[in-house]
Design a binder for this molecule. Structure first.
Ligand SMILES: Cc1ncc(COP(=O)(O)O)c(C=O)c1O
Length: 388
């Protein structure tokens, strides 16, 4: 039995990362410390700040457990917690761009992250450029400028699920000493380790699979060395902190993340393959299926994927789309994913892409939950029959 967490598989690690029961009366779960004030023993200790915890906003033993657990799963040095995945992306980005910089962003980046990038960064004089997510390394190198300070990946991309060739693209970034961040919410620490593929920092929305029960908003940024120092400083300056009850729920979710992810992922492949045979469906976008254009990258870089994918319905008629979605009984109409319940959304990507890739039909996104996949397929079947 391996004693050291480093020699364990993530599967074993996930049940013990971050905790040390021997320092907690033998109790595996950490106490939920509600803290703003933290008392210093002496005036001098306040002056020297030589205490483990100074003030609630700057971290507590409860938040430390989650920070450590996630960093250990990514085999990284440390992490910060933010009150949402979007807040984590904002901290990550602002840690590495300043006025006068050029910033390269994958065109398939998550919509709200994109909104922050397009609506806020120009106001601090950061020049933003969106690149086509399937860019090859030669084309990518041409986009680099003298003042490019940050590259923001998301693989697979939101809604359209393009995978990015991290080893090839990060080689270019390293050549020009440009920092790279990726949103690894779909990948998760169990599915893809971007650090091993050359990426410098990871953001993840813990709202999704980490918490996993549709009740918590949270995110984190994970990194190493001087990049981690910059991220810690940025999170601190921006006053990022998250309540201990939510952190506890995220930790509780984390312990069972693997089995939830496995179920959601395997059901999603069954469903994606079934949908691909429907006449009205022109495209199924799930990186783990053989017919996905980037499947080779998926097989190379991922241990497991997520249960979120899209398909293209061969119509622009909103009445047909509404009839299909409203006929479903087991899919809730709503945002987010990685929870226990299956969800469906119509995705209007044309407003959030510079390089338009999917414009033939209507893009529908499915998040597959914990239900019986056969019953989900039966539900989709009856809804497709209503519009055929
Ligand atoms: C890929 C991706 N990244 C980041 C986020 C933002 O996370 P949150 O909703 O926790 O702010 C989302 C939310 O849907 C997402 O899908």
């Amino acid at each position: 039995m391996p004693k050291n967490n480093k020699s364990m598989s993530n599967s074993t690690k996930i049940s013990r990362v971050g905790i040390n029961p021997s320092t907690n009366f033998g109790i595996p779960n950490p106490p939920v410390y509600h803290a703003s004030t933290i008392l210093y023993p002496k005036s001098e200790s306040r002056r020297k700040r030589n205490v483990p915890y100074q003030y609630g906003r700057m971290g507590t033993p409860t938040s430390d457990v989650l920070c450590k657990a996630i960093a250990e799963l990514y085999e990284a040095e440390g992490s910060i917690i933010a009150p949402s995945g979007l807040a984590a992306a904002v901290v990550g980005i602002l840690s590495f761009v300043k006025s006068g910089d050029h910033f390269l962003v994958a065109d398939s980046a998550y919509g709200s992250t994109r909104k922050f990038i397009t609506e806020f960064l120009p106001s601090i004089n950061v020049e933003v450029e969106f690149y086509e997510p399937r860019v090859n390394s030669t084309e990518f190198e041409r986009l680099v400028r003298k003042n490019t300070s940050l590259i923001y990946f998301e693989s697979p991309g939101s809604l359209t699920f393009e995978l990015q060739d991290f080893p090839a693209l990060t080689k270019v970034a390293k050549k020009y000493k440009i920092t790279t961040i990726t949103d690894n919410t779909w990948g998760t620490a169990l599915g893809q380790n971007p650090f091993k593929l050359g990426v410098d920092a990871v953001i993840e929305s813990y709202t999704k699979y980490v918490s996993g029960h549709s009740d918590v908003m949270m995110g984190g940024v994970i990194s190493n060395g001087k990049n981690l120092k910059k991220i810690l400083k940025q999170a601190n300056i921006m006053g990022q902190c998250t309540g201990p009850d939510d952190i506890y729920l995220a930790l509780r979710g984390l312990r069972t993340m693997e089995i939830r992810l496995e179920k959601s992922f395997s059901s999603s492949i069954q469903i994606a393959e079934w949908i691909s045979k429907i006449n009205m469906v022109t495209n199924v976008l799930h990186p783990a299926t053989r017919f996905h254009p980037d499947h080779k990258i998926f097989k190379r870089d991922f241990n497991i994927g997520a249960g979120l994918f899209s398909f293209e319905l061969d119509t622009h008629n909103t009445k047909i789309v509404d009839k299909f979605i409203d006929s479903l009984k087991l899919f809730g109409i709503g945002a987010s994913w990685g929870g226990f319940e299956s969800l469906i959304l119509e995705a209007d990507i044309n407003k959030i892409r510079n390089h338009k890739t999917y414009k033939n039909g209507t893009l529908i996104r499915l998040a597959i939950g914990m239900e019986d996949p056969k019953e989900l397929i039966d539900d989709l079947d009856q809804a497709f029959k209503k519009i055929n």
